[in-house]
Design a protein around this ligand. Structure first.
Ligand SMILES: [Mg+2]
Length: 208
């Protein structure tokens, strides 16, 4: 099977790191559970200038490398790879973050996953004038059977794949959202992702 995995807040605990960074940089105290909006300027009440500095700081190599792994992520992904599945990490991080992101994956035992930077969130919600390694038209040529994503803003990238099963990693900013269709399932950790995946794979195998 071909599996799409988002990076931030699926593989690693980015929002928790941003919560600490907001205290350090702006004395803004918003604990993880209170990050209700995927738009971090909204969640942390930052003006445009603060938000830009926040994003730049959050994408510095040392900061990216310090993000904690979401428990179980690399174990489950490596099991999939061992079983012959094809795993691609499709991140909305800009290409300038590619090298530290690649290093983070390698350091966390994920040498065999592919990494692509796709402009998921438009030019305003990220570091300005960023480049991305995966063009939209090339992304739309890729096929996936399974996706793991936390951001409702990225769900539109699944509209062209009617059979795609989407596992939404439960986060405070996606609890209010309505899923586009029945292919979406909320998952609370990598253990349950693994379970849903295994069930789905069994069904898929018998129906072919
Ligand atoms: Mg994410």
């Amino acid at each position: 099977m071909r599996i799409y995995v988002d990076f931030d807040d699926c593989l690693c605990e980015t929002a928790k790191a941003f919560s600490e960074l907001a205290v350090e940089m702006f004395d803004k105290h918003v604990p993880y559970e209170n990050i209700k909006f995927f738009e971090l300027d909204k969640s942390f009440d930052l003006d445009a200038d603060q938000f830009e500095r926040f994003m730049i700081k959050g994408h510095e190599p040392d900061v990216l490398l310090s993000y904690e792994e979401t428990p179980g992520a690399s174990k489950v992904i490596n099991e999939w790879i061992t079983q012959g599945h094809d795993v691609s990490i499709i991140t909305g991080r800009p290409f300038s973050s590619y090298e530290p992101s690649r290093k983070w994956l390698d350091d966390h035992g994920l040498k065999d996953v592919k990494l692509y930077c796709l402009n998921k969130y438009g030019r305003d919600s990220f570091i300005k004038n960023s480049d991305f390694s995966l063009e939209l038209e090339d992304y739309y040529k890729m096929k996936f059977d399974f996706a793991i994503e936390d951001s409702p803003k990225a769900f539109r990238f699944f509209d062209h794949l009617p059979d795609l099963k989407v596992l939404v990693f439960d986060r405070p900013w996606n609890r209010e959202c309505t899923f586009p269709n029945d292919n979406y399932t909320r998952c609370f950790d990598w253990e349950s992702i693994q379970k849903v995946y295994t069930e789905h794979e069994k069904i898929a195998r018998f129906s072919h």
